[in-house]
Design a protein around this ligand. Structure first.
Ligand code: SF4
Length: 296
């Protein structure tokens, strides 16, 4: 093999835009979430790349980007690898990228559960220090409907283990996930979830369906009523009102959001709520993304 063998499409969090991507798995081992269209193409059927292939790709990447400081382990699910394999990958990365100071990955709570606290400590000390967790919601009823395969309690216990191992955690929630019916409980219970977790970063995205909403809507036996822009803002307001965060960097700036929100929670909580209220009461006074700018 003389070039990188990425199996497309590749996804990474927006904050990893400047990172080198090393694909250690293909797709997502869970791949059931009702809203998720990331790994539905036939070539994205889940598998783990061979260790020898990963090592060859690390060498190839180092030939052109030896100075890199950040590497993201793709795809949806790098933590599904055994600790032994992850430690081996991390030690190869250290060898080939002397300036590396951060390795990150998406992380399913289910893949943290089998790992002991000692293993997570070892992974952290070997350089894997930032985990992106798509919690989506803290509401158990909604998590079940969308087939997340997790509960409030299962997410909290896995993220607690990461916190104890001193990982930085970035938690994602989906604005509008439960439509009108579940909006209030989604916002309230999601606030409870992040209050429990106290993540380093919190990001919110707006639910969207570039490939059509039929598959998602079928998960709601009583129908799904999409929130309009005002409903989305109100849900965000309820969420933020109920947060009790000590020092979480909050970003709601993904292209799917109509309104960009950025700040540190709790320090900027009131300022962010004020902006959401302004967007609801005087939308002409705030900058809102137009539909064509939402990049969906
Ligand atoms: S766990 Fe993540 S990547 Fe996997 S199906 Fe759910 S949202 Fe998609």
């Amino acid at each position: 093999m003389s070039s990188m063998d990425y199996i497309q499409p590749l996804f990474r969090p927006p904050s990893e835009a400047g990172s080198l991507i090393l694909q250690v798995t293909n797709g997502c081992s869970w791949n059931h979430c009702a809203f998720c269209e990331m790994y539905t193409a036939p070539q994205k059927k889940f598998n783990i790349k061979k260790q020898s292939q990963i090592e060859t790709e690390i060498q190839l990447l180092s030939e052109t980007c030896a100075d890199t400081r950040r590497i993201f382990l793709a795809d949806g699910d790098a933590m599904v690898l055994s600790t032994r394999r992850l430690l081996h990958i991390l030690s190869c990365l250290k060898k080939y990228f002397p300036n590396l100071n951060r390795v990150s990955a998406y992380c399913l709570p289910r893949n943290i559960r089998p790992k002991t606290q000692t293993e997570l400590n070892e992974l952290h000390d070997a350089g894997l220090q930032l985990a992106y967790i798509g919690a989506e919601s803290g509401d158990d009823e909604l998590l079940k409907l969308i087939d997340k395969g997790e509960t409030f309690a299962s997410i909290v216990s896995s993220v607690d283990k990461l916190n104890q191992a001193k990982f930085k955690t970035s938690v994602m929630l989906l604005n509008g996930l439960g439509g009108k019916t579940y909006s209030q409980q989604h916002a309230m219970n999601s606030a409870c979830l992040i209050n429990e977790i106290q993540p380093t970063y919190l990001a919110t995205l707006v639910i969207s369906f570039p490939l059509g909403e039929k598959r998602f809507v079928n998960h709601f036996p009583n129908g799904f009523q999409m929130l309009d822009q005002q409903g989305l803002f109100h849900e965000m307001e309820v969420l933020l009102q109920n947060t009790e965060l000590h020092n979480t960097i909050f970003r709601s700036d993904h292209a799917s959001n109509y309104l960009t929100l950025k700040g540190v929670l709790g320090r900027d909580k009131q300022k962010l709520i004020d902006k959401l209220q302004l967007a609801q009461n005087h939308p002409s006074q705030v900058h809102l993304r137009q539909e064509w700018q939402r990049g969906l």
